[in-house]
Design a protein around this ligand. Structure first.
Ligand SMILES: C[S@@+](CC[C@H](N)C(=O)[O-])C[C@H]1O[C@@H](n2cnc3c(N)ncnc32)[C@H](O)[C@@H]1O
Length: 296
């Protein structure tokens, strides 16, 4: 994969001129306010590409059929909605996300009239009851302040007998890219532990299924979905963290340049990259759940 020097140069300029920022809580973690989900392109380079890799497995698990109307809750830069649109020519797909820049980035990636993105909050969906055949949410619920409320809303807007489904990365163990990152970050700076995404809710086996059953969904099924993460070089692994997206990127851009360099060096050693052009192959596991909406 070609290494994009212009992007790195712009990122370094951004870091050099970064203003000190306030901290905030996201998914129970301490993160840098406003920087967590704010730049579509940077998110796409960092995590969006792995969401895209995961989306086909999630779509298959949800048993989406062509012609259905689908709501994508927390659509981000569009990985799920656009992935669905590519394989289901007759589905009508709506993506909602509170991050304005992600919504416009996602919308800029399609000219299809069947796919649209808009600003919205999972906890207060604007749609009437029973609007969709399936309501899906990929890698989002752990970031929502009130997940039970979001699931109740997802159920409300889905027709009886329709499917409500979600997936969350297994940050504690199976999401190797971030597991390796946080292990090294915390080894260097124990105060980083409060930001480690392993503390996020719903990232362990059985947690999403429990929430689904508590909300009254029927025939609840949970599974693990695993995708390979192939990085063309150490730079391809490391440089997307500098875009400041998500809790890990937000942590990296909060560091001073010396601390950031130490972390980079630890990660380089951990990934044992002698030759920067060597491929790094990791795995990422997510837990996925689905259930049927009961009749009233
Ligand atoms: C890790 S990203 C996943 C995005 C996308 N689904 C994907 O797979 O690439 C988490 C997303 O959750 C969104 N989000 C955070 N709080 C939300 C809320 N209350 N309602 C809906 N989405 C939310 C963020 O803006 C962000 O786009």
């Amino acid at each position: 994969m070609r290494f994009d020097w212009i992007w790195v140069f712009c990122t370094c300029l951004t870091l050099a001129h970064a203003e000190p920022r306030q901290t905030a809580k996201v998914g129970g973690l301490q993160v840098m306010e406003k920087s967590v989900f704010s730049q579509g392109e940077a998110y796409e380079r960092f995590m969006g590409r792995w969401s895209r890799a995961l989306a086909p497995n999630f779509i298959a698990f949800c048993n989406v059929r062509d012609g259905e109307s689908i709501l994508d809750v927390g659509s981000g830069t569009g990985s799920l909605a656009l992935g669905l649109g590519a394989v289901m020519g007759d589905c009508r797909i709506t993506g909602i996300d509170p991050a304005k820049s992600y919504v416009s980035y996602a919308q800029s990636r399609t000219h299809s009239r069947r796919i649209r993105f808009e600003i919205g909050d999972a906890q207060r969906l604007r749609f009437p009851d029973r609007s969709f055949d399936k309501t899906l949410s990929l890698l989002v619920l752990n970031f929502v302040p009130d997940p039970p409320r979001a699931v109740t809303e997802m159920i409300r807007v889905t027709r009886p007998g329709g499917v409500v489904a979600a997936a969350v990365w297994d940050y504690a163990e199976g999401m190797e890219m971030l597991r390796i990152f946080w292990d090294q970050a915390v080894a260097l700076d124990s105060t980083a532990d409060v930001r480690d995404e392993r503390h996020m809710p719903f990232c362990g086996k059985g947690e999403l299924a429990t929430l689904w059953r508590e909300r009254g969904l029927l025939q609840v099924e949970e599974t693990s979905l695993t995708v390979p993460l192939v990085f063309s070089s150490f730079e391809d692994y490391w440089s997307p963290f500098l875009g400041g997206q998500g809790p890990a990127g937000s942590y990296v851009v909060s560091l001073g340049s010396e601390q950031r360099l130490h972390l980079e060096q630890r990660l380089r050693n951990r990934l044992r990259i002698a030759d920067q052009e060597r491929l790094i192959t990791l795995k990422a596991r997510a837990w996925a759940v689905k259930g049927l909406v009961p009749s009233p």
